[in-house]
Structures are given as structure tokens and as C-alpha cells.
Write a protein that binds this ligand. Structure first.
Ligand code: DLL
Length: 434
């Protein structure tokens, strides 16, 4: 289902709308007279009328450190009485990133999220089991606002307490599951452990995001829960979940809500514009957001763009799944490794469970990548040999593979999965028995 006409606009009609909104945003930033106004002035921009979409790549960018340095509300562009809530994330660098919303921003958030839910097949009749965390994190409340805008019912279960989640899924018979991909696996394994057949569950579709995951992980989730598993992307700075989402017809691509969030691909090293088809860093411009409008916000997330419309009529630009982050790319003995590449190899192996941990063993000058995964003990040697060969072929890097017993890799019941850790000299092993 298509939630609103803007998703199917012609390129020209959308460009006209984006231009008008971009100009309005520039005028609002200049009037707010903060950091972004001074950068615009330096770039010679005196009013919104000076800019066009073609101009975008010449406008100044923003990044996470700008938010940290102006913590907590230095970049807010509206009077404090217009702010109705605050969300945020602990951020990949550890320092909190706080974002403010006006009433109109919350409405916009619900609206873009409703588009995502509708694209996944949810309707007013749907019951959404929402196991994203409620609180400062944008996952829980973002989905919740979207369900409200769509007119669907929502079970605000939040994260954790898995036995209670299982009970409610069996009793209330929801059709939509929203949670991180790692929690979907956890939940699926909990049902399997109780001997519940996925065919007995009412769930039809899962909408998973907030952390990177691969198509191999998708296969695991789909078989564990008997659902179609779709990817949803977003970040607090831009609005939260709902910046982009897969639909039932988008063949693995995520439609970006580009009438509200202009998207560009930049060279992660230089910040220069890159071509759509190239792998690069996503940058967003929030043309309609009021409290915290961000110009060309560099996300650190690496993906590609594609402009072919989907068979269901959606014409908005599509982004690929995130392949990694600018700052989580591991460089091991000179080889660049994105954790998602390792995940693809580990999860494609029929003998391994969908849990893994990458240990960057930095105890000697010859850094090693130790890939820890789980399989039955009897098959350990053969599995390690097979994975070692697969990783060598995919990454061009010799990795050490450690096969642990089922249950030995730590699980994440609440929050985002942690997939990478460093083992420093003289430190305890990150996993017992390593
Ligand atoms: O994670 C918003 C969200 C909530 C998205 C629920 C989807 C579902 P933050 O906590 O600010 O916001 O973290 C944003 O998480 O820059 C990406 O690095 C990562 N991320 C989010 N969605 C995906 C995804 C939410 N689908 C950061 N695939 C982003 C890969 C993702 N990474």
C-alpha cells in the first residue's frame, strides 16, 4: 500500500517541492543565526533564494562533533517553548547525541514512519508488536508514532523480558513485528527452544533496523519466525527510524523519504560528492524539520543509491542496505574489513548459529582478526576450516576462526548488538576460553 502521493511523484514535481523546501530551510537556518548560519554566510549564502538543488554539494556540511560541541541545545533553531520532546542516542563515539522535536516534527516523524509501515503491508487492521526500546532511543516511540498515524494498533512492549513477549505474540496474534534484527533472532530462537513452529505464529512481516544486518541474517530471521523481514534505516539526528525503509516490492532496496530528507553520497575520505552508484557516505538535509534542521549531515554510514522506480510505483530514490560505517571499518594488517562482510560469510554457513563476535586481537604488532562463532562441537574443526577459507576468499585476509559451543557468544536482549571488540595487550580475553 502507498501511504501518500508524494511517494509516487514524478522526478520534476518532487524536485520543485524539494527546492522550495530547501530554500525555506536555509531561510530558517539564517534566521536562527547559529553555527549553520555562520557557515552559510562564509559560503556566500545570504538567503534561501540563493540556493538550488544543483547547489547542494557546495553548501557546508554538518557532523556529529557539531552536535557534541553545541551540546545540549546549541543547534536548536526554534524558541525553547516550541520544543515538545527530546530523544537521542549514545552514539557510536560514546558521547550522547541529543535531538529536539517540535510538535510538527513529531507529526512529520509519525507520517514518514506510517509510510514505512504501509510499505511493509501494515494497515489500519494491523496489530504491531513493537519490541524496540521505548525511552530516549528513537526506535520505540518512532514506530509508535507511525502506528498512530497509520491508524494501526500497537503493543508497546519495548525490549527485553522475552518470555512475556512470546506470550503476548501467541495470545494477541500480531501481524507485524518491529525490533532490531538481533532481537528478532533471539525471539525466534526462544520460540524454537519452546518447540513452537513458526507456522503457528500469526506474524507476517518484520521491520528491522537500528544496527547493520545482512541478507544472510534476513534468511535466518525469515525461517525462524516465518515472516518477510524488511530493513528500516534512520538515525536520531535526522528524525529517528523512518528516514528510509524497504517495501514488499523494493527488492532489498530502501526507499528514502527524500521529499523530507534530501540524500547525497559523499566520498567518506574527502567529503566530496560521489556518483549515485558508488559506495560512499550518506549525507542528509532535513528540509522540513523545525527544531533541529541539519544541512548535509554526514552520517558515517556507507551505502549506495539507485534511482530506478519500484514496481509498486514508488519513485523516491533508494539506498542499499548499509554495508558499514566510516568509523567501524576495521583495518587489519592493511586490509579494510567491514563487519557485515564477515557476517555474510558466517551466516551463510549451514553449520553456524546466527551469533558471532569479531575480536581484533591487538596483543602483538601483527594484529589478528579472530572470528568467534557458534556451532556444534563435533563439527568444530571442519566448520572452522570452511569459514577460514570463505573469509580468505571474501576479504583477502587470513582470519583465525574460533568455534564456540551454542550459547557462548553473548546475546543482546535490550539495545543494539555489539559485534566487534578489541583485545588489548595484557587485557583479559573478551570471551572466556579464547
Ligand atoms: O537506530 C534509529 C532507528 C531505530 C533506526 C529503529 C531503525 C529502527 P540511532 O540510535 O541514532 O538511531 O542510531 C543511528 O544506527 O547512523 C546507523 O549507523 C545505525 N543504523 C540504523 N538503522 C540501520 C540499518 C536509530 N537499518 C545509527 N542498518 C545509524 C544499518 C543502521 N545500520
Amino acid at each position: 500500500m502507498i501511504f501518500d502521493r508524494s511517494e509516487t511523484m514524478s522526478t520534476d514535481e518532487r524536485a520543485a517541492l524539494q527546492t522550495e523546501r530547501l530554500r525555506d530551510m536555509i531561510d530558517r537556518l539564517l534566521a536562527a543565526d547559529g553555527l549553520q548560519a555562520s557557515r552559510l554566510a562564509e559560503a556566500g549564502v545570504k538567503s534561501g533564494a540563493d540556493v538550488s538543488l544543483d547547489h547542494l554539494s557546495r553548501l557546508p556540511t554538518t557532523q556529529k562533533p557539531d552536535l557534541w560541541e553545541n551540546y545540549p541545545f546549541g543547534m536548536v533553531a526554534v524558541p525553547s517553548e516550541d520544543v515538545v520532546c527530546v530523544h537521542g542516542s549514545s552514539g557510536t563515539g560514546g558521547r550522547p547525541t541529543l535531538v529536539a522535536y517540535t510538535e510538527a516534527d513529531v507529526k512529520l516523524w509519525g507520517h514518514v514512519m506510517a509510510r514505512c509501515l504501509a510499505g511493509a503491508g501494515a494497515t489500519r487492521e494491523s496489530l504491531i508488536h513493537n519490541a524496540y526500546g521505548y525511552g530516549l532511543f528513537t526506535g520505540g516511540l518512532g514506530i509508535h508514532h507511525g502506528a498512530g498515524a497509520l491508524g494501526a494498533a500497537v503493543v508497546p512492549i519495548s525490549g527485553g523480558m522475552t518470555a512475556r513477549q512470546q506470550r503476548l505474540i501467541q495470545d494477541l496474534r500480531p501481524d507485524v513485528l518491529t525490533c532490531t534484527p538481533s532481537y528478532a533472532v533471539y525471539l525466534g530462537e526462544a520460540f524454537a527452544g519452546d518447540g513452537v513452529d513458526p507456522g503457528e505464529l500469526s506474524l507476517k512481516v518484520g521491520i528491522h533496523g537500528a544496527e547493520p544486518w545482512t541478507d544472510a541474517m534476513r534468511d535466518k530471521i525469515e525461517s525462524l519466525l516465518g515472516i518477510k523481514a524488511l530493513d528500516i534505516y534512520g538515525l536520531s539526528e535526522i528524525i529517528g527510524p523512518g528516514v528510509a525503509c524497504e517495501t514488499l516490492a523494493s527488492a532489498g532496496w530502501l526507499h528514502v523519504q527524500e521529499d523530507h530528507f534530501l540524500v547525497e553520497i559523499l566520498d567518506p575520505a574527502t567529503g566530496e560528492s560521489a556518483a549515485d552508484g558508488e559506495l560512499g557516505e550518506l549525507a542528509f538535509t532535513t528540509v522540513t524539520k523545525q527544531a533541529l534542521p541539519l544541512l548535509r549531515y554526514r552520517t558515517g554510514d556507507i551505502a549506495t543509491l539507485d534511482r530506478t522506480p519500484s514496481p509498486d510505483g514508488r519513485t523516491t530514490v533508494k539506498m542499499s542496505k548499509i554495508v558499514g560505517r566510516r568509523d567501524d571499518m576495521l583495518v587489519v594488517r592493511g586490509v579494510n574489513v567491514y563487519p557485515s562482510e564477515v557476517e555474510a560469510v558466517v551466516l551463510a554457513d549451514p553449520a553456524t548459529a546466527p551469533h558471532y563476535l569479531l575480536v581484533v586481537d591487538a596483543r602483538s604488532t601483527q594484529t589478528q582478526l579472530v572470528v568467534c562463532c557458534e556451532a556444534d562441537r563435533e563439527a568444530a574443526d571442519a566448520t572452522a576450516a570452511r569459514l577460514g577459507a570463505g573469509l580468505k576468499e571474501r576479504l583477502g585476509l587470513t582470519c583465525e576462526v574460533r568455534v564456540l559451543a551454542p550459547g557462548e557468544i553473548p546475546r543482546t536482549e535490550v539495545g543494539k548488538a555489539r559485534r566487534v571488540t578489541r583485545w588489548e595487550p595484557d587485557a583479559e580475553p573478551p570471551l572466556p576460553g579464547l
